[in-house]
Ligand binder design. Structure first.
Ligand code: PGA
Length: 323
């Protein structure tokens, strides 16, 4: 085996060299590192001696880093990154027995998010879960305020900038009372929605947003009969005959008749959406959160058998990281 010689430089010296090369100035590096200028100069001098290489040359009233210094800076950055990975691994070895996973899911996820969390805590029994279930706007607010690290939602916002992985389809179906005349038709034309009584979720709901976008795209104008604050309230109101509504297929029983409703075979439906697991791109995730992301990537959730048989193609951006 090849013998690895220990470097003839300390991390302190390399940290200083990195700042000097990046900033092109001993003075500015000293300010950034909260060191005196003579200390910075002495560390650079020691490095030059140890490596037998010139790292900075005089230029005007300041200095100019040499090519050797640029190379050394690149090597130092590699070492720092490797060290960071090592610290993560060390924490994984000792630390993941404790920790908190702070996560939020939009309303419909309440029907199955507990199963995902159960699988995760089976692998990581020391992790405590803090789960919030709320509508889309409230989940986005929690991400902005950093009250949570991870969120499960559809239609992620542009701000804050997020990364994510696609999880599973969320088809939004049109439901009506079981005895509604539309439920006896093989195909219901979209134009029948014009003037029909429609129930909507509250403002801030992703289901509402997706429904409104779809209605706008189709040029349909139903009559908004009522606004209700939860999926369950929508189901009960539809069953009671107050109106029709779009709702996640996952919020319904395998046999929707058990909820007193039926899925209307309307042209252009279901509205195809997809849930994503997202997190802020500008924040470093805790180990507990990173492990959850890895866990969901390794074991993506299967859509329950209730999902309609012909899912639409995945929305764009599904394979990428940024959302
Ligand atoms: P929300 O949930 O309507 O409560 O925002 C959206 C969703 O369930 O995907």
């Amino acid at each position: 085996m090849k013998t690895i010689r220990p470097p003839r430089a300390t991390f302190h010296q390399l940290r200083t060299l990195e700042a000097v090369v990046r900033l092109g100035s001993i003075t500015r590096a000293a300010q950034e590192l909260h060191l005196t200028q003579p200390t910075v100069s002495a560390q650079i001098h020691e490095l030059q001696q140890a490596l037998d290489a010139v790292l900075v040359e005089p230029a005007g009233r300041g200095i100019r880093p040499t090519e050797a210094a640029q190379l050394l800076r690149a090597a130092a950055l590699d070492m720092f990154a490797r060290w960071q990975r090592f610290e993560d691994e060390l924490q994984a070895l000792h630390g993941l027995e404790r920790g908190v996973l702070r996560i939020a899911g939009v309303t419909t996820t309440e029907y199955f998010i507990a199963q995902w969390l159960h699988r995760y805590t089976t692998e990581h029994p020391g992790i405590e879960i803090e789960l919030a279930v709320d509508n889309r706007d409230a989940v986005v607010r929690r991400l902005r305020e950093e009250a949570i690290e991870l969120a499960v939602m559809m239609m992620p916002p542009e701000q804050p900038p997020l990364e994510g992985v696609p999880l599973m389809d969320n088809p939004l179906v049109l439901i009506a009372p079981v005895d509604h005349p539309w439920t006896r038709l093989a195909r219901v034309p979209r134009r029948l929605l014009d003037g029909a009584p429609l129930l909507l979720r509250e403002p801030g709901s992703g289901t509402r947003l997706a429904t409104e976008e779809w209605l706008r795209a189709q040029g349909r104008q139903p009559q908004i009969r009522a606004t209700l604050g939860s999926n369950e309230a929508i189901k009960h109101a539809v069953a009671a005959g107050l109106g029709v509504a779009f709702l996640s297929r996952h919020a319904l029983a395998d046999d929707p008749a058990r909820d007193g409703v039926a899925i209307v075979p309307m042209a252009g439906t279901p509205i195809q959406r997809r849930w994503m697991l997202v997190w802020r791109r500008d924040r470093r995730l805790s180990l507990a959160a990173r492990r959850f992301v890895e866990h969901m990537r390794a074991q993506p959730p299967q859509s329950p058998a209730t999902t309609p048989a012909s899912p639409a193609p995945a929305p764009p951006g599904d394979t990428g990281q940024a959302v």
